[in-house]
Design a protein around this ligand. Structure first.
Ligand SMILES: Nc1ncnc2c1ncn2[C@@H]1O[C@H](COP(=O)(O)OP(=O)(O)OP(=O)(O)O)[C@@H](O)[C@H]1O
Length: 860
C-alpha cells in the first residue's frame, strides 16, 4: 500500500518546473550581476508589508522595464515545435510537462513566478522577497490551488479573471504585472486568454437605483449587443427617455452629494478619522447617521475612487423588469457578459437608513479590512464572496459590511444555533438595539420595530415553501414585501443550489455577501455561486494568518493504528457499514485515543474528541469516563457540558459528534482528536480544524494546537483520510504520520489490553445493528440544532427532511474519495486472507448462525 503525505511532497508532485534549465538556457544567461540594478528596482518597488497598488505598480514596472524583455518575449513564445522538442537528458521524464524550452529572463532569480503556457498554472516562489506582494496580486487574478510553505500554485480561470475585473483591475495591468513578476515572458497563449476573458467582463453592471433595476455600461456598443438578444430585449422596460436609442437612455449615475470618504467602521482609517475629529482637525466621524459616511473611499488594494466611473457622464443604461432579473442575469452569463452587481447605497434615498455602527471598542483586523475594501472599493457595495479561514472572524466582516451599508439587512445561516450566535455577535460588536434585530426560526418569528432593521434566519426557513405555519407565512410576506439593502449569506458553500436560487429570487436585495472558509464542494456546484452571488472578492491565506497570530498554529498528525487480528478478520468479512464500525472501534485506536487524551490533559490542554459515529462516540466516552454531546443530547445538557468544558478544570475533554463540526466557538480548546469522520469530506476536516484555530492561547510564545486523526491501518479509512486532508494540505498544512506512540504499552489503566477484552468489544460491535453502524445516524435526533446541518425543525416540519434527488454516481464520488493517492496494491491478497481466515471465535459462530437464520426468515 502506498500512502502519500505531506505538503512538500504534494508541492513537488504538482510542480512541473522543478528540473533545471537545459544548456541552451545557460548559454542565454547574461551576467546576473549586470542585472542587479533591475532586480533591486523590482524589490524596491513594493516594500515588504506595504499594500500593493496594482495599477501604480504596473506603471512603475513599465518605467523600469528593459528592452531586453521584449526580445525575450519574442524568443520565448515564438519557438517552433521542433525547437521546443529539444532532447535534454531529462525531457523524456517530463514528456509534455517539459517546459525547458521557455526562455528564462536574464534576471529571473529576482522574479518569483513561472507561468505554464499550457494551462494557466502559475507557480510562485513563496520565499522570494516580493512574494507577499505577488501573492496579493495572484489572489486577485487567479485561484489558489495549493499554498504550502515554499512553493505556491495558482491557476488562471475565467472566473478568477472575472473576479479580478470586478474589483477594478484592468486587462493591461494584469498582463503587465504578470509579465514583470514572471521568470519567463508571459506566453502568448496566456496573454490572449486574459485579453479574451476580460474583454467583456466588468463591462456590464446590474444596478438597483431608486428601486428600479438598470443594466448599466460605459460602452454603448455592449448594451447594443445585449439588446440584440430577444430575451433581454423583452425584459427591457421602456421609459420615456429611453425609448429611442441607447444613447437617449443615457442614465447618468447620480453624483455623490458629498465628496469625502466612505469609511468602513472599525478600520484604521476610521480610527484616524475619529482621532482627527477628537482633535478638532477634521469632520466628525460617521455616527450612524444618514449621509455622514458619504465620503470618498480609497481602496487598500489599488482601486482609487477617483479612477472609478462614479461621476462618469458616459454611463449608459436601460431599465429591466424586476421579475426578469434572474433570467437576464443568466442570459448575460451565457453571452459572456456577466453582470457585476453593485449597490450605490449612499444614494439610495428610498430605503430607510438603519442606525447601526460598530461599537467604538471594535477594531477590525487588517485582513478583515482588506476583504471589505474589495467589497467597497469604489464606494458602492459589490456583491460577491469573501473566503476567510475558520475562526478568522467572518461574522465580524459581515457585521462591518452591514454597518457600512446602513440599510435593512437579512442574514441567512445554516442552523438555528448559528442564528442565535449571529444575533449575539451583532449585539456584541455593534450598537444595534435588541428591538432592531429580529429572529426568524421554527421557534421564534419576530419582526423588527421601525422602518429598518436586521432579520436573522436560516436558508431553509426562507426557501421552504411547503407546509408553512400561518405565522411563517406572515413572516415570509414581511421578508418578501420589502427591499433589503444587504443580504448576508453565511457558509455559502453548503447550501444546495436550488435552495439558493429560491432565496435569491424571492428576496429582493440590493447587495449580497457570501461568507465561507472552504469554497470546496464534493460536487461541481461551486460555479453556480459565481452566477448567483457574484465573484470571489477575497481569499485569505491560512498560513499567513497563523504566522501573524490571528489564528492558531496547528500541528497536524495522522496516527496509524494497526487493527487487532480479530477485528481485521471481521473487517474483511463484513459489509461496508459494519466495516466502518469495526475500524472506528478498533481496540488499538481506543488505546491511542486514551493515550493522547492523557498526554494532552497532563500538558494542560483542553481536548475535543470528534466522532461521526454515535455508537463509537458513546462507547469511547463511557469507557474513558468523559462527557459527550450528540444529536440526542438535550439543549440544557449540552449547554451544561459546554460550560463545564469552558470553565471547570475537572473537565478537560469532551466528546462531540458532528453536531460540533461548525459554529461552536470554544476558544479554550487546544487539541482535537478525530476518531471517526464522514468519508472523504475535505470540508468537514477543515471545519473541525477550525474549532482549535481560534484557541485563546494562540499568541503564547511557541504555542501550538494539535490535531490528530486516528486511522485504522490497512482499512478504507486510510483512503478517505488522504482525501480529507487535501484541502488543508493545499492551505499549507503538513500532516505527520505517527506509526507508533511511545509509552502507549506502559500506560497505566490501558483499556482493552487483553485479548478477551478485545473479543468482548468485538462482539458488541458485531451485535450492533446496521443502523448504529451508519455514520449518518446522528441526524435523526435533530443534530443541526447545534451544528451547521439543516434539520427537520428548520423546515418547520417535525420529523421530515426535505426531499432528496436521486443522482447517478458512486459512493466514492459522493463522499469525495476520488483522485486518491492511496492505493490498495494487492486487493486479492485481502480476499484470500478472508477466505483462509482461521475459524472464528465461538461467540461469532453463534452470531453468524443467528444472522443466517434472520436472513432466511426475511427472504421467506
Ligand atoms: N477583529 C476582531 N477582534 C477581536 N476578536 C475577533 C475579531 N474578529 C474575530 N474575532 C473573534 O474570533 C473568533 C472567531 O470568529 P468567528 O466565529 O466569526 O469566526 P468564523 O470565521 O465565523 O469561524 P467558523 O467558520 O469556524 O464559524 C470569535 O471569538 C470572534 O469574537
Amino acid at each position: 500500500m502506498v500512502g502519500k503525505r505531506g505538503a512538500e511532497e504534494l508541492g513537488d508532485s504538482s510542480y512541473p518546473f522543478k528540473r533545471s534549465r537545459n544548456t541552451r538556457d545557460d548559454d542565454d544567461f547574461v551576467n546576473v550581476d549586470d542585472d542587479a540594478e533591475n532586480s533591486a528596482a523590482d524589490t524596491s518597488l513594493v516594500p515588504r508589508g506595504a499594500t500593493i497598488k496594482f495599477s501604480a505598480l504596473a506603471r512603475k514596472l513599465a518605467q523600469t522595464r528593459k528592452p531586453k524583455d521584449t526580445d525575450d518575449e519574442k524568443d520565448g513564445t515564438a519557438l517552433s515545435a521542433r525547437q521546443r522538442k529539444q532532447d535534454s537528458l531529462v525531457s523524456h521524464i517530463f514528456m509534455d510537462l517539459d517546459f525547458s524550452w521557455l526562455h528564462l529572463k536574464p534576471d529571473h532569480s529576482s522574479r518569483p513566478l513561472w507561468i505554464s503556457p499550457e494551462d494557466g498554472h502559475i507557480i510562485l516562489e513563496a520565499f522570494s522577497p516580493i512574494a507577499e506582494q505577488a501573492q496579493d496580486f495572484l489572489v486577485a487574478i487567479s485561484e489558489p490551488v495549493s499554498r504550502p510553505a515554499f512553493i505556491h500554485e495558482y491557476k488562471l480561470t475565467s472566473y478568477s479573471l472575472y473576479a479580478a475585473v470586478s474589483v477594478g483591475l484592468q486587462t493591461e495591468d494584469i498582463i503587465e504585472v504578470l509579465n514583470r513578476l514572471s521568470k519567463v515572458p508571459v506566453p502568448e497563449s496566456i496573454v490572449s486568454f486574459i485579453r479574451e476573458r476580460t474583454l467583456s467582463y466588468g463591462k456590464v453592471k446590474l444596478v438597483l437605483k431608486h428601486n428600479k433595476y438598470f443594466v448599466e455600461s460605459n460602452h454603448p456598443e455592449t448594451l447594443q449587443v445585449l439588446l440584440k438578444d430577444k430575451m433581454i430585449r423583452e425584459a427591457r422596460v421602456h421609459t420615456q427617455v429611453a425609448d429611442n436609442s441607447i444613447k437617449a437612455a443615457t442614465f447618468t449615475t447620480s453624483k455623490a452629494p458629498v465628496k469625502g470618504n466612505l469609511v468602513i467602521p472599525g478600520t484604521r482609517e476610521a480610527e484616524k478619522k475619529k482621532e482627527e475629529a477628537a482633535n478638532g482637525k477634521g469632520p466628525t466621524p460617521a455616527a450612524g447617521g444618514a449621509n455622514t459616511d458619504a465620503e470618498l473611499f480609497t481602496s487598500v488594494v489599488g482601486v482609487d475612487a477617483d479612477e472609478v466611473d462614479e461621476d462618469d457622464e458616459n454611463v449608459h443604461a436601460f431599465e429591466i423588469d424586476d421579475a426578469k432579473i434572474d433570467d437576464v442575469k443568466k442570459r448575460c452569463n451565457e453571452l459572456e457578459y456577466p453582470m457585476l452587481e453593485e449597490y450605490d447605497f449612499r444614494n439610495d434615498t428610498v430605503n430607510a437608513n438603519l442606525d447601526i455602527d460598530l461599537k467604538p471598542s471594535t477594531v477590525i483586523r487588517p485582513y478583515q479590512e482588506t476583504s471589505l475594501s474589495k467589497m467597497f472599493g469604489n464606494g458602492r457595495a459589490r456583491s460577491g464572496i469573501i473566503v476567510l479561514p475558520c475562526g478568522a472572524g467572518k461574522t465580524l466582516v459581515g457585521i462591518t459590511a452591514a454597518c457600512t451599508i446602513k440599510k435593512s439587512c437579512l442574514v441567512l445561516c445554516t442552523s438555528s444555533v448559528s442564528v442565535m450566535q449571529w444575533k449575539q455577535q451583532f449585539m456584541q460588536w455593534s450598537n444595534i438595539t435588541d428591538r432592531q434585530v429580529a429572529v426568524f426560526t421554527a421557534d421564534q418569528k419576530e419582526k423588527f420595530a421601525g422602518d429598518s432593521g436586521i432579520v436573522i434566519s436560516t436558508y431553509s426557513m426562507v426557501a421552504n415553501t411547503h407546509n408553512r405555519s400561518h405565522e411563517s407565512k406572515k413572516m415570509m410576506e414581511f421578508l418578501t414585501s420589502r427591499e433589503w439593502g444587504f443580504i448576508l449569506l453565511d457558509e455559502v458553500h453548503v447550501v444546495p443550489a436550488a435552495m439558493f436560487r429560491k432565496v435569491v429570487t424571492t428576496i429582493k436585495a440590493h447587495s449580497k455577501l457570501g461568507l465561507t472558509a472552504t469554497l470546496v464542494r464534493e460536487d461541481d456546484k461551486i460555479a453556480d455561486l459565481n452566477y448567483m452571488i457574484g465573484p470571489k472578492l477575497y481569499e485569505a491565506n491560512w498560513m499567513d494568518l497563523a504566522a501573524k497570530g490571528h489564528i492558531a498554529n496547528v500541528q497536524c498528525a495522522e496516527v496509524w493504528c494497526p487493527m487487532t487480528p480479530e477485528f481485521y478478520r471481521e473487517y474483511l468479512r463484513e459489509q461496508s457499514r459494519k466495516r466502518m464500525l469495526l475500524y472506528c472501534m478498533n481496540p488499538r485506536k481506543f488505546q491511542a485515543c486514551q493515550f493522547l487524551i492523557k498526554y494532552h490533559e497532563d500538558r494542560g490542554d483542553k481536548i475535543i474528541v470528534f466522532s461521526d459515529n454515535v455508537f463509537a462516540l458513546e462507547a469511547y466516552a463511557k469507557k474513558l469516563k468523559k462527557p459527550y454531546i450528540h444529536g440526542g443530547t438535550g439543549q440544557v445538557e449540552r449547554m451544561r457540558i459546554l460550560q463545564w468544558f469552558q470553565h471547570s478544570p475537572d473537565v478537560q475533554t469532551i466528546f462531540l459528534s458532528k453536531v460540533g463540526d461548525t459554529s461552536i466557538d470554544l476558544p479554550e480548546a487546544t487539541c482535537l482528536i478525530q476518531i471517526s469522520s464522514h468519508f472523504g469530506s475535505r470540508r468537514q476536516e477543515a471545519q473541525r480544524l477550525g474549532r482549535i484555530l481560534r484557541a485563546k492561547r494562540r499568541n503564547d510564545e511557541g504555542f501550538n494546537a494539535f490535531f490528530y486523526s486516528l486511522v485504522s491501518k490497512d482499512t478504507q479509512e486510510m483512503f478517505y483520510s488522504t482525501k480529507r486532508q487535501q484541502f488543508l494540505i493545499d492551505q499549507g498544512y503538513a500532516f505527520k504520520v505517527i506509526t507508533h506512540l511511545d509509552g502507549l504499552e506502559t500506560l497505566g489503566g490501558l483499556v482493552y489490553k487483553t485479548r478477551d477484552e478485545q473479543i468482548e468489544l468485538l462482539s458488541s460491535v458485531l451485535l450492533a445493528s446496521e443502523h448504529e453502524a451508519d455514520p449518518g445516524t446522528d441526524v435523526r435526533a435533530g443534530e443541526g440544532d447545534l451544528a451547521g446541518t439543516i434539520t427537520s425543525k428548520d423546515f418547520g416540519v417535525p420529523g421530515k427532511m426535505p426531499g432528496v434527488q436521486r443522482t447517478g454516481g458512486s459512493l466514492t464520488a459522493l463522499s469525495g474519495g476520488q483522485h486518491m493517492s492511496y492505493v490498495e496494491q494487492n486487493k486479492s491478497a485481502n480476499k484470500k486472507l478472508a477466505r483462509e481466515a482461521a475459524p472464528r471465535h465461538k461467540l461469532f459462530a453463534k452470531r453468524d448462525k443467528e444472522a443466517a437464520a434472520a436472513r432466511k426468515a426475511s427472504k421467506t
